[in-house]
Design a protein around this ligand. Structure first.
Ligand code: ADP
Ligand code: MG
Length: 571
């Protein structure tokens, strides 16, 4: 775990070295000061060596200037180091989320993902900066101050040393307790984010059912749990920092009393006495530093643990080691004895055999929940099958790289996702290298011309985070334009027009027909009239594939399809 943490320092090692060594020099200069004071009191002042006093004062001034510069390094470069590390981790985490498979997103709340990428990493930068540096300096200062104290007067040093085990015990206890507390805190803030995400994206539902009060109450619960977790952490911090305060003051008091007695019996002189008091004050510094790390370390590490957990999340759809880029996938798609379930012992598809001939349009119809979308999700390997094989051009899709497979499949669904940005950017999403000319051409093919003309800024109109400003039919056509731009040999239309009224649907059917031209097309349709001209129709029910044939053949057969058809005609 720590090894992984430190790996993030490597790209920024120059910053680290400058910061670290500056901090060490500052600490050493601090350590020397009491010795100079002792020299003043015991030698320079009694012997009235004013010339030396001036020189030494000048020397001190120079050291302070150097120290000021070095402290700039520590404060600015050190924090820069921390932020760089935090940023790198955030980038890595975002990249790892991009790699995750559908199964992961099925099972993970968006708010939790956001939380891990944002809040959970907030404390890592501070820990990365202060952790190693402060710990090293704390130990160094402590050992340095103690050694000098011990050299000057062992018995007095030992009095102070008695308190060290108490402090270490306190510190260790705090560390354990706080780690637990902060981990809980991060989990709770993740829940808070998930709640916000849910409630805000479902706001239309919330408000149409006038459930705002219910939302507020659920949020209050979540928010309160977060509060409790965080307060719990600070409670531990509260009593341990009081404990540490008390232990350190008892330390200074003991040295004061014992030192005064030693002074009285003339074992030590005033210079030594002052030296001790000054060093005790220096001893506070590492203790304070360690207390600060005590807050940072468990917080940062709790976040880092959550970071590595997500980084290590196993991706269940991966390229085989010897996977090869697919050739142009213009051949037939075949399912051989395919079995698949989202959960282990609940198969959705059982022993499915299926052929989608090259360049033809095959329609899938049947009741909702039968498994039509599932069949289409298996072709781009959004999920891996549990048994059997899916081949395209006679090659098993698991032998191809995911990238080369997916780049040759275009999918148009009922829900079109539009990214925040302009119309142009949203169409370009189909092919990031497309020129403006390509975009205009694709838009024309998707019958978007009239829309573009009606928009205030044409292609440069912002179409909103979720395209709420556009109608379903308009969004659908943007999705079609994207797919034209992608120009894949394989096309999946999953109830692309089901949400549209008949008139709009008729308009879009024309675009879809053009899109499907010369592509191996799998069309899932709700309205059977729209698939009348499909080359082949597959009827899927909970029992699997129950009928196949052309429209006329299936009507002739007078089975499931004919029944579905007659119900729809009556409506
Ligand atoms: P259709 O597209 O024919 O309406 P689906 O393929 O979407 O049907 O769903 C088939 C079955 O698989 C349904 O029982 C559905 O509940 C289940 N299912 C669909 N998607 C998921 C998923 N992501 N996780 C778990 N079960 C799912
Ligand atoms: Mg479906």
């Amino acid at each position: 775990m720590l090894k992984r943490f430190f790996a993030y320092y490597v790209p920024h090692k120059r910053l680290f070295y400058v910061d670290f060594f500056s901090a060490i020099v500052v600490a050493i200069l601090d350590l020397i000061f009491p010795l100079v004071v002792q020299w003043f009191i015991n030698t320079l002042l009694p012997e009235q060596e004013w010339g030396t006093v001036v020189w030494v004062s000048g020397g001190l001034l120079a050291t302070y200037l150097v120290s000021a510069y070095l402290q700039y390094n520590v404060n600015f470069l050190g924090h820069k180091l921390g932020i760089n590390i935090e940023t790198d981790m955030r980038q890595d985490l975002f990249e790892s989320v991009q790699r995750q498979s559908f199964r992961f997103f099925d099972n993970t709340k968006t708010g939790h993902i956001i939380s891990r990428i944002t809040n959970d990493l907030f404390d890592i930068g501070e820990l990365a900066h202060h952790g190693p540096e402060d710990l090293f300096i704390a130990v160094m200062t402590f050992v340095g101050a103690f050694s000098i104290m011990f050299y000057v007067n062992p018995s007095l040093a030992l009095i102070a040393l008695i308190f060290v085990p108490i402090l270490i015990a306190l510190i260790t206890y705090t560390n354990i307790k706080m780690n637990k507390a902060w981990r809980k805190m991060y989990a709770e803030i993740g829940d808070v984010n998930a709640r916000v995400e849910d409630s805000v994206s479902g706001m239309r539902v919330v408000q149409s059912f006038t459930n705002e009060a219910h939302e507020v109450e659920t949020f209050r619960e979540n928010n309160k749990r977060f509060r409790n977790a965080k307060v719990g952490g600070y409670k531990v911090m509260g009593y341990t920092s009081s404990g540490i305060f008390l232990a350190t003051r008892l330390m200074i008091l003991s040295v004061l009393i014992y030192g005064a007695w030693l002074l009285y019996v003339e074992t030590i002189d005033v210079g030594e006495f002052v030296l001790f008091i000054l060093y005790i004050n220096i001893l506070f510094k590492p203790i304070e530093k360690i207390s600060a790390i005590l807050e940072l370390y468990p917080k940062g590490m709790a976040g880092f643990k959550r970071f590595t957990d997500l980084m290590d999340e196993e991706v269940d759809v991966v390229d085989k080691e010897d996977a090869k880029p697919a050739p142009i996938l213009d051949g037939a798609i075949e399912f051989n004895d395919v079995t698949f379930g989202y959960e282990d012992n609940r198969p959705v598809l059982k022993n499915v055999d299926l052929v989608i001939p090259a360049g033809k349009t095959v329609a899938f119809v049947g009741p909702s929940g039968a498994g039509k979308t599932t069949i289409s999700s298996l072709i781009p390997r959004f999920y891996d099958i549990n048994g059997g094989a899916i081949t395209i051009n006679g090659i098993n899709i698991t032998e191809m790289t995911k990238e080369s497979l997916r780049s040759q499949i275009g999918i148009v669904q009922q829900d079109v996702f539009l990214f925040g940005g302009t119309l142009r950017e949203n169409i370009r999403y189909g092919n990031l290298n497309a020129t403006d000319e390509d975009i205009y051409h694709a838009a024309k093919l998707a019958n978007l011309d009239a829309l573009v003309e009606s928009l205030p800024n044409g292609y440069d109109t912002q179409i909103g985070q979720r395209g709420l400003k556009l109608s379903g039919g308009q969004k659908q056509r943007i999705a079609i334009a994207r797919t034209f731009l992608k120009n894949p040999p394989i096309l999946i239309l999953d109830e692309a027009t089901s949400a549209l009224d008949t008139e709009t649907e008729a308009l879009i059917q024309q675009s879809l027909k053009e899109l499907a031209e010369d592509r191996t097309t799998l069309v899932i349709a709700h309205r059977l009239a729209t698939i009348r001209h499909a080359d082949h129709i597959v009827v899927v029910t909970k029992d699997g594939i129950v009928e196949q044939g052309t429209y006329d053949e299936l009507i002739e057969k007078n089975g499931v399809f004919a029944t579905l058809n007659s119900i729809q005609i009556k409506q």
